[in-house]
Design a protein around this ligand. Structure first.
Ligand code: 5AD
Ligand code: SF4
Length: 348
């Protein structure tokens, strides 16, 4: 039985009403049978109406797993001595980018840990080389760097930047990311926007100590910042980290946050995250039915991919393009041929 109040809030959201905090909390904490399904379906309709049936693919190249940060949840943290570290050479990254373009991708995401070896100049050179040889849209995901770096890379031709803020709780942020502050992260995001990047952000769901209220605040930050892309993934335990004995985030809770985010943000790009697929073989498919419209396949060369262990199980998620195409067409959707820029829908 769906409760009347639940239906009323859901309908108001679907019609574009600005839901207050307690309504978002109500949707997130729904437990009655059938209510999560109704939430996913509403998000799926909003997705259809505002961004259509096209699915954007973005190929990710993880070019370095060195990181100077020590996030408690992440396998790449600097104190983890159990992984072997690698850095791809600039020429190697360029070759991988060309290959990606020849396979039909229009966007690449260049991702790494926070690795100072890749100086402002080296990254600028890389961006220019990729732009010279391909017509790829370039997304950078290199963590927090000085504004001057972001500015130089934008001038060199970078189009987008991805910087998750992970959690909008200042306390949790500080506890999980020692030595860093949420305010600096949010300032970096504003800087990126000011420089004309398309800006992506996102969070993790199910972090130890994270409450429903924290997640609702995450959704409100998504709305305030009006991000062009928002990645929402479950926390997955990595045994070689200080959170090694915590519990995984739950897929259902992740899908709820995703669905509410779709309903609230209308036309933003929302990936079906790899982490959702790691928790459950059907996770990405379920996310595609709960508001997502983007998939980001890992196209890191296999000999490196196995070492980019942010969390376990990630490397085996590198499915081939055909499997993804089949999944998308089985949902009655199609792969976009465009660059996947966010297109603002009319405010309905
Ligand atoms: N589980 C899920 N996602 C994680 N990330 C880092 N560690 C984990 C984990 N244990 C995500 C963060 C970060 C991105 C690089 O990977 O959201 O932004
Ligand atoms: Fe480094 Fe990012 Fe992992 Fe933190 S989450 S340790 S910044 S790669």
């Amino acid at each position: 039985m769906l409760r009347e109040e639940f239906l009323k809030i859901l309908q108001a959201g679907e019609e574009g009403g600005a839901l207050p905090e307690q309504d978002l909390l109500f949707l997130l904490s729904c437990r009655e049978e059938g209510e999560s399904e109704a939430l996913y379906k509403a998000a799926n309709r909003v997705r259809q109406r505002h961004v259509g049936d096209e699915v954007h693919l973005r190929g990710i190249i993880e070019f370095s797993n060195f990181c100077i940060q020590n996030c408690l949840y992440c396998g790449l943290r600097r104190d983890n001595r159990a992984i072997s570290r690698y850095r791809m050479a600039l020429a190697e990254i360029l070759e991988a980018a060309k290959k990606v373009r020849s396979e039909g991708f229009r966007t690449i995401v260049l991702q790494s840990g926070e690795d100072p070896w890749f100086t402002q100049e080296r990254i600028s050179f890389l961006i220019q080389s990729i732009k010279e040889h391909t017509d790829l849209t370039i997304t950078l995901s290199l963590g927090e760097r000085p504004y001057a770096d972001y500015s130089a890379w934008r001038k060199a031709g970078a189009d987008r930047y991805l910087l998750k803020y992970e959690t909008s709780s200042p306390l949790l942020f500080r506890r999980l990311r020692p030595g860093t502050e949420l305010t600096d992260r949010l300032r970096a995001l504003s800087g990126l926007r000011e420089l004309g990047y398309e800006v992506g952000s996102g969070n993790m769901v199910g972090l130890p100590g994270q409450s429903d209220e924290d997640l609702v605040r995450d959704i409100q930050v998504f709305r305030q910042f009006d991000f062009d892309m928002i990645g929402i993934g479950p926390f997955i335990v990595h045994p070689q980290t200080p959170l090694g004995s915590a519990a995984n985030g739950r897929l259902e809770r992740t899908l709820k946050v995703l669905a509410i985010t779709r309903i609230v943000t209308r036309d933003t790009n929302l990936p079906a995250t790899t982490a959702s697929g790691v928790l459950d073989p059907n996770g990405r498919r379920q996310a595609m039915l709960a508001g997502a419209n983007v998939i980001m396949p890992d196209i890191t060369p296999p000999r490196y991919r196995q070492h980019y262990q942010i969390y376990p199980g990630k490397a085996v998620m590198a499915v081939d393009r055909q499997t993804i195409t089949e999944m998308i067409s089985s949902l009655g959707r199609r792969i976009s041929q465009g660059s996947g820029r966010r297109i603002r829908s009319r405010k309905i």
